[in-house]
Design a protein around this ligand. Structure first.
Ligand code: SDX
Length: 384
């Protein structure tokens, strides 16, 4: 066995050698396939970056067109999925509905393809999942809330179709631009818990669908992707309790009670600014006029950020601005983390491809601090 070091939460542990992305905190840059993610988010669109993440290079115009056509052709989900969503208890959490939908999809996959972990087979499955995750996320939520399904419009672009299904109408240009840039910021982020979950599962040679289901289960957690929903709920609580004049005292009370303020802190960034948060916060004032309480929420946002830095030397991570931005875009709060997952599907597909292309089973060891040298009685205790 190599070095027997123990790091709680695998803090600082290198889990794999990857060509997909790195959080280079020395230069405060998220490197994705050699590019600065923020520069990509400023200049390109989600499907360009999804192509880059999955194939390892930016598409030519023809490749980009073909990629988008493939995603559009495969955007619709089997009719049985709509029936499944209607059968779900209305108390089902949106992320659980999405997780179940992805799991159910596996049964509709060609059995030979399902269990074929070759690069070509994984690429086919990965593109299908990327194409279908918007319809899964939106229409499972619609079913849980007795809203009519909005099936994909395959004549629309990937992100335009996503917003069309969300809203039931085509988005305006400003909303679509903001939604696309937010989506690019979520696309890939080195080795977060959910990506690691996908790779751990794939490393047993389990299939792409199983790896994705594990990633959804992980991302739901409030310490991870679930923080974007908790972050907006925190701001709305302050709004309810008195608005901007109440913000500082409210945060101080929470900190004195040793509460976690969701949307702040990060295992890797620690005392540094998440480059995605710094980029996206610029959009908050631009969209504030789209909701009645936008100006107040933007003011509360700024106060919370100032107090968290002053009291805990903590900066926002990407979930803090995105929670408010999705609210300004009129997205229902329970859909925030499913939308995060939809974006990260491109990154997770790339990681499962990389894992299966050069696999080694993840199997860590433990420090055992339990009892030893105990012996059972010489006959069974229970009736069996
Ligand atoms: C995402 O990994 C990724 O890259 C994830 C992600 C991605 O793109 O995939 O970036 C997306 O998940 C962002 C993170 C979203 N989660 C939250 O916003 C939840 C709130 N954040 C924290 O719970 C925490 O910062 C974590 C979970 C993100 C990181 O936790 P760590 O590295 O285990 O740090 P820690 O819990 O040991 O905290 C260190 C100190 C503690 O102080 P002490 O108890 O030692 O005095 O910082 C404090 C913590 O109390 N602290 C916070 C805090 N985060 C850390 N205090 C108040 N509020 C917080 N949010």
């Amino acid at each position: 066995m190599t070095s027997e070091t123990f790091s709680p939460g695998l803090d600082g542990v290198i889990a794999t050698d990857t060509k997909i992305s790195l959080l280079d905190t020395d230069v405060e840059m998220i490197i994705v396939r050699g590019y600065d993610l923020i520069e990509l988010a400023q200049n390109l669109n989600y499907t360009d970056v999804a192509y880059l993440v999955i194939y390892g290079r930016l598409p030519t115009e023809a490749q980009g067109r073909e990629f988008c056509e493939t995603l559009a052709e495969q955007a619709e989900i089997p009719d049985e999925l709509y029936r499944l969503f209607e059968l779900m208890p209305k108390s089902t959490v949106a992320m659980d509905a999405l997780r179940t939908g992805i799991s159910f999809l596996a049964g509709f996959e060609d059995p030979d393809l399902l269990n074929d972990n070759s690069h070509e087979a994984n690429l086919k499955k990965g593109l299908k999942l990327l194409a279908q995750v918007p319809a899964l996320a939106v229409n499972s939520y619609r079913a849980l809330n007795d809203m009519p399904f909005v099936r994909p419009d395959q004549s629309l672009g990937y992100m335009e179709n996503f917003m069309y299904m969300l809203r039931g109408e085509k988005p305006d240009a400003v909303s679509l631009d903001a939604f696309d840039r937010i989506h690019m910021c979520y696309i890939e982020h080195e080795m977060p818990n959910s990506t690691f979950a996908a790779r751990v599962i794939a490393s047993t040679l389990a299939d792409m669908y199983g790896a994705m289901v594990g990633a959804v289960a992980s991302l739901k957690g409030r310490l991870h992707g679930g923080a974007n929903e908790a972050a907006i709920e925190f701001l709305l609580d302050i709004l309810k309790e008195g608005g901007p004049p109440r913000a500082e005292a409210y945060v101080m009370e929470k900190l004195e009670a040793r509460a976690r303020i969701m949307g702040f802190g990060h295992r890797v960034y620690m005392k540094k600014y998440d480059p995605r948060a710094k980029f996206l916060m610029e959009y908050i004032p631009r969209l504030a006029d789209r909701v009645p309480d936008g100006e107040e929420l933007a003011s509360i946002y700024n106060t919370v950020e100032q107090v968290m830095f002053r009291e805990k030397a903590l900066y926002p991570n990407t979930d803090f601005p995105i929670g408010l931005l999705y609210y300004e875009l009129g997205i229902p709060i329970p859909l925030y983390t499913p939308i995060f997952l939809a974006s990260r599907t491109a990154g997770n597909v790339a990681h499962v491809l990389e894992q299966h292309d050069d696999n080694r089973l993840f199997r860590p060891r433990v420090i055992y601090s339990g009892a030893r040298d105990l012996h059972p009685p010489d006959k069974a205790i229970s009736p069996g």
